[in-house]
Ligand binder design. Structure first.
Ligand code: PLP
Ligand code: COI
Length: 368
């Protein structure tokens, strides 16, 4: 199906930040602290559909206090990255996959679906305009944040909003975990759950993250970097982390089996997760989407059958998990250091994303 794309009204900023200020931001970007000169907005209203697509200077929004999103959280978002390629051009990793997930999130939250072509075009328009903000070198990237919210004014809850705003903003990003590829420690959350069957867990919607902050604070109190969420019903099946999916390596070397918790409807279907299933299988590993319990994890770590565990996601790339803490005990994964398979997969994925390795899957979308 081809949807005619919307005309974008381009209104570039008359006062972009100076080269010196931009270079200063790019020298130590952190995560989500600096934003580029522009943003994209597209509006949707009942009866009229998508309209008024524009690129304009990055600026605060003015909102009515009764805008529905502020009360009932009808909001979804995406996260993806533009990478400076080895040849100096810029490419975005799998934007169509993010566009498709954005549509699935929209359906779950009773919001209108933006055509994938328009989603990708909005990204093209912004990255083309703000190309100077795409860092080069190291693991620095331009993180892209498309999102959509209910902009109708009103407090009724008998129906979803009849007006929405879609936007894309961009933020230069360094490594998500400032300590680099050092393994993270994780806390198994037993008192709080992220998502229940039939809920919104597989949608990328703000409320899932709002509900997670308390458990993240608990993890920090217990000396851990991140929370691992368990299933809501039995509280023993491993689901995912706050912003990353999980992978378990069983065995070692070429025969190692690489598995990830199956998508049960309560965890986010990560695009990095999906990509690694392909890469690992093409490297000759057996892969699987499985049920894995906290007991399996503890026992497998103790008897050595689980040799490595890592987390993966757009922001975090691939990060080893070195140790686990829970109300029922603590344990170390492998020798607590980044394992060889974790490092190999990370190099393969980053190689494709930065254009240093061939892209046999056609995942990189070039910005022209
Ligand atoms: N799980 C959650 C809850 C996330 O927020 C993310 C980040 O987007 C992921 C997993 C990983 O998904 P992706 O690989 O598409 O970034
Ligand atoms: C991402 O990796 O894009 C995420 O969504 C993680 C987090 C910053 C929300």
């Amino acid at each position: 199906m081809t949807t005619p794309s919307l005309p974008f009204d381009l209104k570039p900023s008359a006062q972009p930040v100076s080269d010196a200020d931009r270079e200063a931001a790019l020298a130590d970007p952190g995560f989500g602290r600096h934003f580029t000169d522009h943003m994209v907005t597209i509006r949707w209203t009942e009866g009229r559909g998508w309209h008024d697509a524009r690129l304009q200077p990055y600026a605060p929004l003015s909102m009515d206090p009764a805008s529905m999103v502020l009360h009932y959280s009808q909001e979804i978002f995406e996260g993806l990255k533009a990478y400076r390629q080895a040849d100096g051009t810029v490419a975005v990793f799998r934007p169509e996959a993010n566009g498709e997930r954005f549509q699935r999130s929209a359906r779950r939250m009773a919001m209108p679906e933006l055509p994938v072509e328009t989603f990708v075009e909005a990204i093209d328009v912004l990255v083309r305009q703000d190309e100077a903000w795409v860092p080069s070198g190291g693991e620095q990237t331009l993180y892209l944040r498309p999102f959509m919210f209910a902009s109708e004014v009103g407090l009724g809850i008998n129906r979803p909003a009849n007006e929405y705003t879609f936007m894309v903003i961009a933020s230069p990003a360094g490594a998500y975990f400032p300590r680099g590829i050092k393994p993270v420690s994780v806390w198994l959350s037993k008192d709080y759950v992220r998502a229940a069957p039939g809920g919104t867990g597989e949608a990328k919607t703000g409320g899932n993250y709002a509900g997670a902050f308390l458990a993240q604070a608990e993890a920090t109190r217990n000396g851990c970097d991140q929370v691992v969420w368990l299933d809501a019903v039995e509280r023993r099946w491993v689901e995912e982390m706050g912003g990353m999916n999980l992978y378990f390596v069983r065995g070692e070397g070429e025969d190692a089996e690489i598995v990830t918790p199956q998508l049960t409807g309560t965890l986010l279907p990560g695009i990095t997760r999906d990509s690694l299933l392909r890469i690992a299988s093409d490297l000759g590993h057996t892969t699987g989407e499985v049920k894995i319990s906290t007991d399996d994890w503890r026992q497998g770590s103790a008897d050595g059958t689980i040799s490595e565990v890592f987390a993966c996601g757009t922001a975090a790339v691939i990060t080893p998990v070195g140790s686990v803490r829970s109300a029922e005990g603590d344990w170390t994964v492998g020798d607590g250091q980044p394992g060889p398979i974790t490092q190999r997969l990370r190099a393969e994925l980053l190689g494709i994303q930065t254009g240093q390795r061939p892209d046999p899957y056609g995942w990189m979308h070039r910005i022209r």
